[in-house]
Ligand binder design. Structure first.
Ligand SMILES: NC(=O)C1=CN([C@@H]2O[C@H](COP(=O)(O)OP(=O)(O)OC[C@H]3O[C@@H](n4cnc5c(N)ncnc54)[C@H](O)[C@@H]3O)[C@@H](O)[C@H]2O)[C@@H](O)CC1
Ligand SMILES: Nc1ncnc2c1ncn2[C@@H]1O[C@H](COP(=O)(O)OP(=O)(O)O)[C@@H](O)[C@H]1O
Ligand SMILES: [K+]
Length: 505
């Protein structure tokens, strides 16, 4: 399991750890890891041109000490100071002692007003343009509210330069705790983060600004609480959660999932939800709804019934909503059942909200940003800009587990606890019907006995991997191909031998 902790928790752990170490030791650990990562990215340190963007805090201190290490190995290192009078003194001295130089970043010398205007001093633009490596030590976990105006031109110049941009701890300007980006922020090729991931490194839009993330161990782990704020399943976690039939299993013991989906207008949604359900490990898939003929034609193994959900026979979990059009009755009926229910797509619009809140069996809601916005009474843009607060709010407000789909899929449980962030996936999954496959898959895992948080996060993991494998080196895929690829990635996950592109962080 990969985990991320909020700034407040990181600060508390750092205080505990620092109290046991000699002064400055922690920063040296951070700087040493940072310098090693920079050296690796540079390939050849000797003779390289390195520019440090240095803010007023310890984030700048890390950059300066790492710069000193690179200067000792023969790099030409220049620090651009955003607040010359408040620069980390030890870091600056170390850089100078190692042969590096420092100058003011902002235009207008010591005139604070000019700095606020966002002008850069003469030669600064050229320096950044010609650099091989730019180290972003403007601000780390001490920052909030977006980049200050004086730092904005540096972020813009770094982006325009061909240099490799390495962010220290976090790309400056992103919100560490939520992944929000307010205005300009540094766009890094890589981020070297210390002690633990911060939530913003794993959640869009900030995740995109971080590039490839590398974690440097500074000894913080034992001082962090056992429960993280955010966690990401890895292959081994998923393998341990996936159901597998035992010798005495039969189709009923493996779990039966009911799928109430599709309509005369949208029979395809039923077919796709069933295709996902058939690959999720349940022993049988029951389909109820008007698209039975289309379902049977494609998947003859489905148990199809024409009547209402309550007459379909016992199931261990329901999926309701994909393509049901305006059939609110079917959604009401499924919500009235006493088994876990996954509500998706049209079901999210039609569901009686009080009925969702009143359920005693687990409920799993799987909206995309637009559907989440409708459920929260806000806009899609607001949900996309602040995905973590949105998914937490959804879960709390509806007393349900919420899976928020999109560029970063997040899953939150109704009682707080760590939010799961899905590390797999590809934008190629943004294709019609792929959400229907996901809901079938998650419903099947629910029927197989996984709790809602596990079922949702395991389904998102497999679905994301299947999307990647189906898209291969980058070709469009249809939702049917994603469903058909689930068996292959399932095998790879339980076999542990999957050798595909890394999950990205
Ligand atoms: N606390 C620790 O034990 C360790 C901290 N380390 C580093 O220290 C960093 C935290 O240091 P600090 O607490 O000094 O905080 P930062 O260095 O992150 O930022 C503090 C300063 O940045 C300025 N600032 C705040 N918001 C800004 C914005 N939006 N735009 C521009 N400037 C802004 C403020 O004037 C503030 O003084 C971590 O991110 C990490 O890089 C590491 O050295 C490892 C050990
Ligand atoms: N930019 C993206 N990057 C990664 N995955 C995405 C992106 N956009 C959408 N997805 C994924 O694609 C699927 C689309 O589901 P959904 O929006 O319900 O579409 P549909 O209703 O057509 O099935 C979800 O699993 C979602 O997480
Ligand atoms: K930074």
């Amino acid at each position: 399991m990969r985990s991320a902790y909020s700034v407040e928790t990181v600060r508390a752990a750092e205080r505990e750890l620092m109290a046991r170490l000699p002064e400055g030791a922690l920063m040296q650990r951070a700087a040493s890891g940072l310098a090693a990562a920079c050296a690796e990215l540079l390939g050849r340190v000797y003779g390289s041109r390195v520019v440090l963007l240095v803010g007023s805090g310890d984030n700048g201190g890390d950059a300066l000490y790492a710069g000193a290490r690179l200067a000792r190995r023969g790099a030409g290192v220049t620090a651009l100071l955003l607040a010359p009078e408040r620069t980390h003194p030890g870091g600056l001295a170390a850089l100078r002692a190692a042969g590096g130089s420092a100058r003011e970043a902002a235009g207008g010398a010591l005139d604070g007003r000019a700095a606020e205007d966002g002008a850069v001093a003469a030669g600064v633009a050229e320096l950044i343009r010609r650099a091989d490596l730019v180290v972003d030590g403007i601000v780390g976990i001490g920052g909030s509210g977006g980049l200050r105006p004086a730092a904005v031109p540096l972020a813009v110049l770094a982006r325009a330069s061909d240099a490799v941009v390495v962010a220290v701890d976090l790309p400056s300007g992103v919100e560490a705790d939520s992944g929000e980006v307010r205005g300009e922020a540094v766009r890094a090729d890589a981020t070297v983060t210390f002690g633990t991931h911060k939530p913003g490194l794993l959640i869009d839009p900030a995740r995109e600004y971080a590039g490839a993330t590398r974690l440097v161990d500074i000894g913080l782990r034992p001082h962090l609480p056992p429960t993280a704020d955010l966690e990401a399943l890895q292959h081994a976690d998923v393998a341990a959660l996936l159901p597998s039939p035992a010798a005495e299993s039969d189709k009923y013991r493996r779990g039966v999932v009911g799928v109430a989906a599709g309509s005369a207008r949208y029979p395809g949604a039923a077919v796709l939800a069933v295709s996902g359900a058939l690959h999720g490990g349940a022993g049988a898939v029951r389909y109820v709804g008007p698209a039975g003929d289309a379902v049977i034609a494609r998947f003859p193994e489905t148990l199809v019934s024409a009547g209402p959900p309550s007459k379909a026979g016992r199931v261990q979990a329901w999926v309701v909503g994909p393509g049901v059009g305006d059939d609110a009755g079917v959604v009401d009926e499924v919500l009235a059942s006493d088994v876990p229910v996954l509500v998706d797509a049209d079901g999210l619009r039609l569901a009686d909200r009080a009925a969702v809140r009143a359920r005693t069996a687990p409920t799993l809601l799987t909206p995309h940003a637009g559907e989440a916005a409708a459920l929260l009474g806000t806009s899609r843009e607001e949900v996309e800009a602040a995905r973590l607060p949105a998914v937490r709010e959804l879960a709390a407000r509806y007393g349900a587990t919420a899976l928020l789909k999109g560029s970063t899929t997040l899953v939150a449980g109704p009682d707080g606890g760590p939010v799961r962030v899905n590390p797999t996936g590809t934008p190629w999954l943004a294709t019609a019907g792929s959400g229907d496959v996901l809901s079938g898959l998650a419903g099947s895992l629910l029927a197989g006995g996984l709790d809602a948080l596990d079922a949702a996060s395991v389904a998102a993991y497999l679905h994301g991997l299947a999307g990647r494998v189906a898209a291969g080196e980058g070709a469009p895929v249809g939702a049917s191909e994603v469903a058909a690829t689930v068996a292959r990635v399932w095998r790879d996950v339980v076999g542990g031998g999957w050798a595909a592109p890394s999950a990205g962080y």
